[in-house]
Design a binder for this molecule. Structure first.
Ligand SMILES: Nc1nc2c(ncn2[C@@H]2O[C@H](COP(=O)(O)OP(=O)(O)OP(=O)(O)O)[C@@H](O)[C@H]2O)c(=O)[nH]1
Ligand SMILES: [Mg+2]
Length: 295
């Protein structure tokens, strides 16, 4: 069988997680309209007729402003280095600029085949998309090209077929039927974070982390006690909202999604906690699950 590891790389907000979810046909990586939504490496296991492909969603590569961003970029770089095939996802509706140069100069693809995925072609003008492709063709002449609209699942089958052709013969890395490497606690945290991101605007989302204090798996309803971490008192007020309205809304939406995930009734208790400058604190980065393990 054809098998291997395929890393999904690119800038924030280009549609990497949407591609992963579309390929696996389940929402295993959260998606929002905000940049830097994904903060971890998330595997999705695709099983074809005669293939097994482990797609790896990564945080969007960007110029980091805090240690968290450095960790996030490093997760993407090291996943790229270890892949059998890499996907570089670009937003086809955007022009090539210095941030793309930054990304290309940092890419460490270790000679693995590269597919450049021109996503969001629904938003792009044909002439501009062609100009963008000409630039990539010149900079990365060995790479393969494909157009997609991940949010509509357009051309994802084609993308999978292209990957299959480039993969080596190999073993079935995951013989069971799991579709992701992430456990339920991780998924619960991500659901809560997604609801916070979708409820808040502007700069606050980047300052948020979720910490699960306790889950009582024996209780019915299942009792989850989690904290929304922010960096400043003012952000705490924003998350809570007037008369606690916003945190109630976050809690309600998160509870419904978690119940769907676990197929159980859930009692979700949310607290907001200030941890100043946690994004630059090694210990807290580790506690919140954002520290790279040394390989
Ligand atoms: N119009 C359009 N929107 C898309 C397409 N694919 C994804 N989106 C939207 O683009 C936004 C970002 O998608 P994500 O999948 O979260 O992007 P990402 O690359 O994972 O972003 P980070 O996790 O921040 O690195 C979301 O609002 C998606 O719904 C597409 O093909 N066309
Ligand atoms: Mg993402």
């Amino acid at each position: 069988m054809k098998s291997g590891f395929v890393t999904i790389l690119g800038h924030p907000n280009v549609g990497k997680s949407t591609i992963l979810n579309g390929i696996i046909n389940r929402k295993i990586s959260i998606v929002t309209d905000k940049s830097q939504t994904t903060r971890n490496v998330i595997k999705g296991i695709y099983r074809g007729k005669d293939s097994q492909i482990i797609f790896i969603d990564t945080p969007g590569i960007h110029k980091p402003h805090a240690k968290l961003g450095v960790e996030m970029n490093n997760m993407a770089y090291s996943s790229a280095h270890e892949a059998d095939v890499n996907l570089l996802v670009v937003d086809a509706s955007k022009r090539f600029d210095e941030s793309d140069e930054f990304l290309l100069s940092h890419l460490d693809i270790n000679n693995a085949p590269l597919i450049i995925v021109f996503n969001k072609i629904d938003k792009a003008r044909i002439t501009e998309a062609e100009a963008l492709k000409a630039i990539y063709r010149q900079k990365l002449p060995q790479s393969h090209f494909i157009d997609t609209v991940a949010s509509e699942r357009f051309n994802l089958e084609e993308l999978i077929a292209t990957v299959e052709k480039l993969l080596p013969e190999g073993p079935e890395y995951y013989p069971g039927n799991e579709i992701t490497d992430k456990d339920e606690v991780f998924q619960i945290k991500e659901i809560i974070r997604e609801k916070v991101l979708k409820t808040l605007r502007d700069e606050v989302p980047h300052s948020i982390a979720i910490y699960v204090n306790n889950i009582d798996w024996e209780e019915n309803p299942l009792h989850i006690h989690a904290s929304i971490i922010v960096e400043k008192d003012s952000q705490k007020g924003i998350v809570i909202g007037a008369n606690g309205k916003r945190i109630k809304e976050i809690g309600l939406k998160a509870r419904k999604s978690i119940e769907k995930l676990l197929d159980k009734h859930v009692y979700l208790e949310l607290f907001v906690k200030v941890q100043s400058d946690w994004r630059n604190n090694d210990e807290l980065l580790e506690a919140y699950g954002y520290k790279n393990k040394k390989r």
